[in-house]
Design a protein around this ligand. Structure first.
Ligand code: DX5
Ligand code: ZN
Length: 224
């Protein structure tokens, strides 16, 4: 639906043509660009940093959703804010002081998100939800594109949706619920029905290789 956000992950894009790739997915209907940052320390893979975020920034108008899979996180946050990030998300286990990191992201002028690995409990939200603009539930273990969706995350989406709805009712504060990992045309309808409103998809979109393929799959996802 039009209430949902589709955020293609650049992880599966052609990095040699990244500017063109992000322009193509946005023209194809993407709402956000999901920017995966891996450090070969918090996760066993290595991707890109603030320089590449800054390089793609002028190519698109849509929000850039920076997913930090790095540890420590605090030192890199101001650099991504300067590089044009709109949302900055980090993993619960990668920050010594979650409340401080959320405040730091806001102080840098960005929206803040907390990321939950498949095994990470939602309890971390209890005392910080007022500082969270985005909850990102990982539906694969972070580090690689193209993995399969872990089914137990479905119940977690329902639980997070309840937490968000109660909080929004009490405070008026809006919080997005984003799912990352193994999202496809075939399961996106069930994810939305469970309560997700923002969908990261890497291989399902960029795997199509062509602008017309991107357009087709994004339209199918929105329809589903
Ligand atoms: C995984 C990344 C994801 C990844 C998703 O650690 O955070 O954003 O690109 O890729 P797919 O959609 O292929 O599972
Ligand atoms: Zn991601």
């Amino acid at each position: 639906s039009s209430q949902c956000r589709i955020a293609p992950s650049i992880l599966s894009a052609d990095f040699a043509r990244l500017g063109e790739e992000v322009r193509n997915v946005v023209e194809a209907g993407a709402d956000w660009i999901h920017f995966d940052v891996m450090d070969n320390h918090y996760v066993p893979n290595l991707t890109v940093g603030p320089l590449v975020c800054e390089a793609i920034r002028p190519h698109v108008q849509v929000p850039i959703d920076v997913h930090l899979m790095v540890e420590p996180v605090d030192s890199i946050i101001p650099m991504f804010a300067k590089a044009g990030a709109d949302y900055i998300t980090f993993h619960c286990e990668a920050s010594r002081h979650i409340d401080r990191t959320l405040s730091l992201i806001h102080d840098c002028g960005c929206k803040a998100g907390l990321v939950f690995n498949p095994s990470t409990p939602l309890n971390y939200l209890e005392y910080v939800l007022d500082k969270v603009d985005l909850i990102l539930l990982m539906s694969v273990n972070p580090g690689f594109g193209g993995q399969s969706f872990i089914p137990s995350v479905m119940n977690k989406i329902v639980a997070a949706r309840n937490i968000i709805d109660r909080h929004t009712q009490a405070t008026g504060h809006q919080v997005f619920l984003e799912i990352d990992g193994g999202v496809k045309v075939e399961n996106i309808g069930a994810l939305a029905a469970a309560g997700a409103d923002t969908f990261v998809a890497g291989s399902a979109i960029f795997g199509k290789k062509t602008p017309s393929g991107y357009k087709e799959v994004i339209a199918q996802m929105r329809e589903a």
